[in-house]
Design a protein around this ligand. Structure first.
Ligand code: HEC
Ligand code: HEC
Length: 222
């Protein structure tokens, strides 16, 4: 066989392999999601169903400050579960659950929640006019005199999130958002991708954190 023929032969093999691989890859993706769906609905081992706290549609529970998971980036969700398991993001509820999940289960449950449509969250608290003004300023413009960039520059317009790495800020309760910003201030949560979020959070004043968290909770989820 000369080089030319060998090249055609290899190309045909690669193409053939590609054709047989693609249904297999699709099957892999949907089976990951269906294993994830099972973990979400039924739990696994001694880990309770994720849905008991995060809601049947992954919408979260604002009253209890259980965060929304639906429609967040799969990479982001998997990273959080890995951080809880490692104890770098330390939470008395999530850390023990995450420790019991294998890397494959983390992957599958993250895929499942990432593919759920974002669900509406009800009964959200309201921000005062003064809080709204303070919050909007920081969210849209930031404060360059204190090296605080616009939050929406990373988290997308109105905080809808930018996949895979920048989580949505809308659809979360004020209490959850406030707890996260405080966790960074107290070094209880890893800085995350790029290491910037902890630095940004540390520059916010307590009344700004409350204002931002209350205002974000008012923005309707699309
Ligand atoms: C008993 C209630 C409860 C159960 C059950 C539960 N969670 Fe959580 N989850 C929480 C709480 C509370 C937080 C917020 C913790 C914090 O402040 O860091 C959270 C946070 C998370 C986060 C981080 C979200 C974000 O926006 O950063 C992920 C991801 C998560 N849970 C996934 C799961 C998965 C997957 C399961 C099922 C295997 C599960 N949780 C089961 C209560 C629960
Ligand atoms: C340079 C980009 C960047 C900027 C600017 C930024 N963030 Fe973030 N933010 C991130 C990243 C990346 C994460 C995910 C961190 C992780 O992996 O734990 C994050 C996570 C968050 C979370 C946690 C969400 C969750 O579901 O747990 C909150 C709340 C948040 N940011 C609020 C803000 C606020 C408020 C501002 C403006 C004052 C802001 N961010 C500005 C990049 C940014």
């Amino acid at each position: 066989m000369n080089n030319h023929h060998r090249h055609i032969h290899i190309t045909a093999m690669v193409l053939g392999l590609g054709l047989t691989l693609s249904p297999w890859l699709t099957a892999q993706a949907s089976s990951a999601e269906s294993i994830g769906a099972q973990i979400a609905a039924k739990g696994i081992g001694s880990v309770p169903a994720c849905a008991t706290c995060h809601g049947m549609k992954g919408q979260g529970n604002p009253q209890a400050s259980f965060p929304r998971l639906a429609g967040m980036g799969a990479d982001y969700l998997a990273e959080q579960l890995t951080d809880y398991a490692a104890g770098t993001r330390n939470n008395p509820i999530m850390t023990p659950f995450a420790k019991q999940l294998t890397a494959a289960q983390i992957h599958d449950v993250a895929e499942y929640y990432a593919h759920l449509p974002t669900a509406k969250v009800s009964a959200l608290p309201t921000a005062t006019t003064a809080q709204e003004k303070m919050a909007k300023n920081l969210l849209v413009h930031g404060d360059w005199s204190r090296t605080i960039p616009s939050c929406f520059a990373c988290h997308g317009p109105n905080g809808v999130g930018v996949k895979p790495g920048f989580p949505a800020l809308v659809g979360q309760s004020a209490s959850y958002t406030e707890e996260q910003l405080n966790a960074w201030q107290q070094d209880h949560r890893p800085a995350g991708a790029g290491g910037l979020m902890a630095a940004v959070a540390k520059r916010l004043k307590p009344d700004e954190i409350t204002a931002i968290a209350s205002y974000l909770a008012k923005i309707p989820v699309q």
